[in-house]
Design a protein around this ligand. Structure first.
Ligand code: HEM
Length: 283
C-alpha cells in the first residue's frame, strides 16, 4: 500500500488528463476563493489602510534592510515553526497538520502530472511520502479536533459542536482519511468499498478546495502577512497606539509614571503578563 501510486492505478478508470484537469480546477478554486474572500471582507483594504495609519504614529522609520530581516524572522518563526502558538500541544499539532498537508498535496500533484500511469512508475519514496503526509495530517488534525479544540477551557466546547469555521479542518481531515482508506482498499482488493472511499475522497477534497470563501483555508496566506505587519509596528514604535511593554525599573518610565515608585518601590519586581498568570478554566 505505502509504495503504490494510487493515481496511476486510477488511470485505468479515469484518464490522467481528467485527473490533471481536476487538480488545475482545484488550484483555480483556491486562488478564486482567496481573492473573493479578500474582496468580500475587504481584508486587503483594511490591512493597507491600517498599515498607513500605523505609519503616521511611527516613532522611527523601518528601512528595506530591516524589513528583509523581519521577513526572514516571520518565515523562520511564524511560518515554518508555527511560532504564534503559545500552547505547545497546539503548536505541535499545527506543525503536523501543516507539514502533512503540504507533503500530501505536493506529492499528489507530482504523481498525477509526472507519473500518471503504471507505465511511468513513480520512485518509491513519492507514494511513501504521500501516505506519510496523509498520516501526519490525520495525527495533527484528529489530535486538534478531539484533544485540543474540545479542550478550549474558557468555552468548554464539545467535539460534536460544529460551526461554519470547522469546514476547513473537517474537510481537510476527511480528504486525508478517505485518501488513505481508498489506497488501503486498492491494495487489499476491497472492490465496491474502494469505489465508495474514492468517491468520498473526491467529495471531501472538492469541499476543501471549493469552500475557501467560507472556510479558514485562506489563513495560510493571510497569517504570514499579518505576522509581518505585527513585527513592523513593534519595530517602528507605533504599536497600534497601544502602550509599549514598559520596564518598570527604568528611571525614565518612573519619571513618566511617578505612582510606580510610590506604590511598588524603586525596584519593582517583573510580574509578567497578567493574562498569562492563570489558565482560563472557570467556565
Ligand atoms: C498547509 C498549511 C496550513 C494548514 C493545513 C493549517 C492548518 C490549520 C488548522 C487546522 C488550524 C485550526 C483551525 C481551527 O481553529 O479550526 C489552524 C490554525 C492556525 N494557523 Fe494554520 N495551517 C497552515 C498554515 C499556517 C501558516 C503558514 C500560519 C502562519 C504563518 C498559520 C497560523 C495559524 C494560526 C495562528 C492559527 C490559530 C488561529 C486561528 O485559528 O485562526 N497556519 N491552522
Amino acid at each position: 500500500m505505502f509504495m503504490t501510486n494510487p493515481f496511476a492505478e486510477l488511470s485505468a478508470h479515469i484518464s490522467p488528463a481528467i485527473q490533471q484537469g481536476y487538480v488545475i480546477l482545484m488550484a483555480i478554486l483556491v486562488a478564486g476563493g482567496t481573492i473573493l474572500d479578500m474582496m468580500h471582507k475587504k481584508s486587503a483594504k483594511y490591512f493597507f489602510e491600517n498599515a498607513q495609519k500605523a505609519k503616521k504614529s511611527a516613532k522611527r522609520e523601518v528601512g528595506a534592510g530591516e524589513k528583509a530581516v523581519i521577513a526572514v524572522k516571520v518565515l523562520a518563526d511564524e511560518v515554518l515553526t508555527s511560532g504564534e502558538f503559545c500552547n505547545v500541544k497546539r503548536r505541535i499539532s499545527h506543525l503536523f497538520t501543516m507539514y502533512g498537508t503540504v507533503i500530501f498535496i505536493v506529492t499528489s500533484a507530482i504523481m498525477i502530472f509526472q507519473y500518471p500511469t503504471p507505465d511511468t512508475p513513480a520512485p518509491g519514496y513519492l507514494p511513501l511520502l504521500w501516505h506519510i503526509g496523509a498520516l501526519m495530517l490525520c495525527f495533527g488534525g484528529y489530535w486538534f479536533w478531539f484533544g485540543i479544540r474540545v479542550d478550549v477551557a474558557a468555552e468548554g466546547t464539545k467535539w460534536y459542536h460544529l460551526v461554519r469555521a470547522d469546514l476547513f479542518i473537517l474537510s481537510l481531515l476527511a480528504t486525508a482519511t478517505f485518501g488513505l482508506l481508498w489506497s488501503f482498499g486498492l491494495s487489499s482488493g476491497l472492490g465496491r468499498l474502494t469505489t465508495l472511499f474514492f468517491v468520498l475522497f473526491v467529495i471531501s477534497s472538492t469541499t476543501l478546495f471549493g469552500s475557501v470563501l467560507w472556510s479558514k483555508f485562506a489563513h495560510m496566506f493571510f497569517k504570514p502577512a499579518a505576522a509581518f505587519q505585527k513585527r513592523v509596528i513593534m519595530a517602528d514604535g507605533s504599536a497600534e497606539n497601544l502602550p509599549m511593554d514598559y520596564d518598570l525599573t527604568d528611571p525614565e518610565v518612573q519619571k513618566r509614571f511617578p505612582d510606580i515608585a510610590e506604590y511598588m518601590g524603586n525596584n519593582p519586581a517583573y510580574m509578567g503578563k497578567g493574562i498569562r498568570r492563570e489558565a482560563p478554566n472557570h467556565y
